[in-house]
Write a protein that binds this ligand. Structure first.
Ligand code: RBV
Length: 429
């Protein structure tokens, strides 16, 4: 394993809570790696071929065991890798320490960092002039287009991990503001069909249960948003025995939720019947002043969307009669003026990472395999035009095939006769 001893690195190359946490982080990183066969395969390949040789790559991602295994892979491919957190509350401090101590990867991330520190860490990464960037939510790309815009032309491409980030990048493209080519990794099927649905589904329930210990069976579970994340959460909440209600603004998705067997209604109606609320819309103020007073005393509110503005926590902070922070780990009690109490999980930050450990390694294996192959693609192809790019289909097929092989699943192939039939139009009734 590549080890950079303390004397080989400057203190300015990292900012972590406690470098002494490295041994625990290393153990957990290696444990997660056991569940990431596709990323391991790519790492072996990268080690031999060195496709990222000499590239300085900066990643703004959740600092988790799974991310560590992606970053190790990029480094094995020859890149110089530095990273910072994409959320102030998702960093696993032992992982941050191990990245620095055991894997020679500069890391700027401390769980619970304030906004100023969060941005200082992003700046710390950009001050090292990366040529490839990797983002989860587009905060790094945003900074690259504002304070660091003089550096934008140095960047050959950026990869975007999440739905919210892709929405922001497409808005930049529409406004003619985008200055670098970006790859919408989130939009790859090998990412969102699995990570957003099964990853978010399981880790959101995991976060809620870890934070509260609530019995999901028999509860009234309200989900705002029926995109891939909402679908996964609804599936898993139902699996645990909840009565699930979905709120939506899109008529097709609302219909889909209804025909999938969920109750569908506006949030003002759902507000008074829910025991557990989860937002997964990507938009702001989905749970707001119109809803809080209607809620049952004891309701749990969690957010699974990328940013912490889906639940209007700012309003609650101003209007509550009394707030008890950390009434239990990661839960704040808001005593409302109407005499009721509602509980906010993980400060309204994405509950799966703030209150649990994010998506399981098996599913991040596919997301991060797609990231690694997309990095290879941007590094070894002629300069990409400045726009939002899709992940090439060959990469998607390769990731899916490797995952199937790792799972011991084989599939059929078309015969010549079948191929011919599919490309013909003469044969009918
Ligand atoms: N996510 N990362 C993890 N364990 O490292 N878990 C979730 C992890 C990513 C996921 O891909 C999603 O798109 C994004 O976090 C939301 O910020």
């Amino acid at each position: 394993m590549p080890t950079l001893r303390s004397k080989d690195r400057g203190e300015s190359d990292y900012d972590v809570l406690d470098i002494g946490l490295a041994p625990e982080g290393r153990k957990r990183i290696l444990w997660a790696d056991e569940q990431m066969p596709v990323i391991r395969r790519i790492r072996d390949d990268f080690t031999k071929k060195q496709p990222l040789r000499g590239l300085r790559l900066a990643a703004c991602l959740h600092i988790t065991t799974e991310t560590a295994n992606l970053l190790r892979t990029l480094k094995a491919g020859g890149a110089e890798v530095i990273c910072c957190a994409s959320n102030p509350l998702s960093t696993q401090d032992d992982v941050a320490a191990s990245l620095v101590e055991d894997f020679g990867i500069g890391c700027f991330a401390i769980r619970g960092e304030d906004r100023d520190t969060y941005y200082r860490h992003l700046r710390g990464v950009l001050e090292r002039h990366p040529v490839v960037t990797m983002d989860d939510g587009a905060d790094l790309v945003n900074l690259l287009h504002s304070e660091f815009s003089a550096q934008a032309q140095e960047v050959i491409a950026s990869m975007e991990e999440t739905t919210t980030g892709v929405i922001r990048l497409r808005a930049m493209e529409r406004d003619g503001a985008l200055k670098i080519p970006v790859v919408a990794v989130n939009d790859a099927q090998t990412k969102h069909l699995f990570d957003n649905r099964y990853g978010t589904g399981q880790s959101t329930l995991d976060g809620i249960v870890r934070a509260t210990g609530v019995l999901v069976a028999g509860s009234s579970f309200v989900i705002a948003g029926y995109g891939w994340c909402g679908k996964g959460i609804a599936l898993r909440a139902r699996g645990l025995g909840a009565v699930v209600t979905v709120t939506e603004v899109d008529p097709i998705r609302a219909l889909e939720a209804a025909m999938d067997g969920f109750r569908v209604m506006p949030m003002v109606e759902a507000a008074s019947i829910g025991d557990i609320f989860v937002s997964a819309t990507g938009d702001r103020s989905v749970l707001n002043a119109n809803h809080f007073d209607l809620m049952k005393s004891g309701a749990f509110l969690a957010n699974s969307g990328h940013f912490d503005l889906e639940i209007d926590v700012a309003y609650l902070n101003d209007s509550a009669a009394r707030i008890e922070r950390n009434i239990t780990r990661n839960v704040d009690a808001y005593h409302l003026k109407n005499g009721r109490t509602i509980y906010i999980l993980g400060q309204g930050r994405l509950v799966n990472l703030a209150c649990a450990e994010g998506h399981p390694a098996q599913v991040m294996d596919m997301s991060f395999a797609t990231q690694a192959m997309a990095s290879h693609w941007v590094a070894t192809n002629p300069p990409l035009p400045v726009r939002v790019h899709e992940v090439p289909q060959e990469i998607e097929n390769e990731v899916a095939s490797l995952k199937l092989a790792a799972m011991g699943i084989t599939i059929d192939t078309l015969t010549e006769e079948q191929k011919k039939y599919l490309s013909s139009w003469q044969t009918g009734t």
